[in-house]
Design a protein around this ligand. Sequence first.
Ligand code: SF4
Ligand code: SF4
Length: 172
Amino acid sequence: MNILQIILKNAGKQSRTRKPDDRVPFPVDFRGELSHNALQCTLCGTCTYVCSPAAIEITQEDDMGHWDYDAGQCTFCGRCVEYCPTKALSFLQNSTPLANNRPQQKTFHVVEYQKCTRCGTKIIPLAYETLVHLYHSEEAAKKAVEIHKLCEKCRNRLQSQTLKSGISGSRD
Ligand code: SF4
Ligand code: SF4
C-alpha cells in the first residue's frame, strides 16, 4: 500500500483525537481537587490532626481563624474528608488538582467567629447544611438553628432549664 492509498483510507475514518467533551469519565470515587467550604467549617482541627503530611494548617486570631491548605503537600489520602465532622471537606469529582504551579496549589480561607446570642462568647455555630446532615431532616435542622447560635455553656444551661421545667410541669 503506497502513501496515497494510506491517506485516502484514513481520510474516510473518524478523528481519533479525544476532545474535552469526549474525555473518559472520572471514576465515581475519584479524588480530585480538595474543596473546603469555609461556611461549614468550625475550625475544630480534626483535619489537621489526621493529616500526616501536614498539608492543612489552622491559625487563630482575635475575631477570625485561618484554614490554609497546600495541595503540593497533600497525598490525597482522603482522611480529612472522611473525618471532618461538619462535612466541610470534599473532593471535587470533575476537577484535577493543579500541578506545577506552587502559588495556585495553596488555599487560604478565613473563618469568622460569631457571638453566642446569650452571653456573647466567641463561637462558630454549625452551618444549616451540617445541621441537616446531623438531624437527618430539614424540619429538625430548622428547629435546631437557634440553639446552635448559643455557646456550649448556654446550650447546656437552656437544656437543663427546659428539663427542669418539664419535670416540675409533670408533677403539677
Ligand atoms: S474542615 Fe472540617 S475537620 Fe477541618 S477544621 Fe473545618 S470542620 Fe474541622
Ligand atoms: S487528603 Fe490526606 S494528605 Fe491531603 S489534606 Fe487531607 S488528610 Fe492531608
